[in-house]
Design a protein around this ligand. Structure first.
Ligand SMILES: [Zn+2]
Length: 234
């Protein structure tokens, strides 16, 4: 794999790196090295007027903080939910404005879409956003460099910690698999919009008390990154 990115007229020439190289420079995150029992719950595609509020209620019940990778279009429709997420201490990350397949659009289109979402969401909260989750977890030089240009770190999720809640599997199955395999520093993927998320809620109802009893803390991705034993500033 090639290890450098060449820029020409502000366009990145597509040079693929593998995971190890991205991780080494701290540009893309899958999980974080920590000793203490802490994990980051993340929710993509919201906000949803039906499910996000119920997820927020559950998180609040267990004093859990999470990271919501929100879609700009949804944020425009439900700014009150974005504000609630923000005021309750959760982190809000950028998950594009229109949820395109980020690996299939041009550098310019991606930059525009991300910036559009950035403007809408930061106008609602009045705060900054520093994390970007690409749609479907795609990453290549174009995606990482565009994110970096706009001041974002790319956050994927821990391999094996995709809840697959969008497939319609039961909340019980989601919860059991996560509880069995979770490790400190993991970043877990859920969705709070895009279909019936009753299974996501059910899974959380099981996961939150069980992991809390095991001594786990639920923190935002940025807080988790601050605890990184191999911290890289870039
Ligand atoms: Zn998504």
């Amino acid at each position: 794999m090639v290890c450098c990115v060449l820029w020409f007229n502000s366009r990145p020439l597509l040079v693929y790196k593998d995971r190890e190289q991205w991780e080494k420079i701290g540009a893309v995150v899958w999980e974080v090295s920590v000793h203490e029992k802490m994990v980051a719950l993340t929710f993509d595609d919201g906000p949803s007027p039906t499910f996000t509020k119920r997820i927020l209620d559950l998180l609040s019940k267990y004093k859990a903080k999470a990271t919501f990778f929100v879609v700009g279009k949804q944020a425009e429709m439900y700014p009150d939910i974005i504000l609630r997420e923000y005021h309750e201490g959760h982190e809000i990350g950028n998950h594009t404005y229109s949820h395109p397949e980020v690996n299939r659009i041009s550098f310019e289109a991606l930059k525009e879409d991300l910036f559009h979402a950035h403007q809408i969401i930061t106008q609602i909260t009045g705060g900054n956003m520093v994390l970007f989750r690409p749609t479907s977890g795609f990453y290549d030089d174009k995606i990482v460099k565009t994110a970096h240009l706009l001041g974002y770190k790319v956050v994927i999720w821990t391999w094996g910690q995709d809840s697959r809640d969008w497939t319609g599997i039961s909340g019980q199955s989601i919860a059991m698999r996560i509880i069995k395999t979770v490790k400190p520093g993991n970043i877990i993927l859920f969705h709070d919009q895009g279909g019936n998320r009753s299974n996501t809620l059910k899974a959380l109802e099981i996961i939150l008390p069980v992991l809390a009893k095991q001594g786990y803390h639920f923190i935002t991705v940025s807080t988790l990154l601050q605890k990184d034993l191999h911290k890289i500033t870039n």
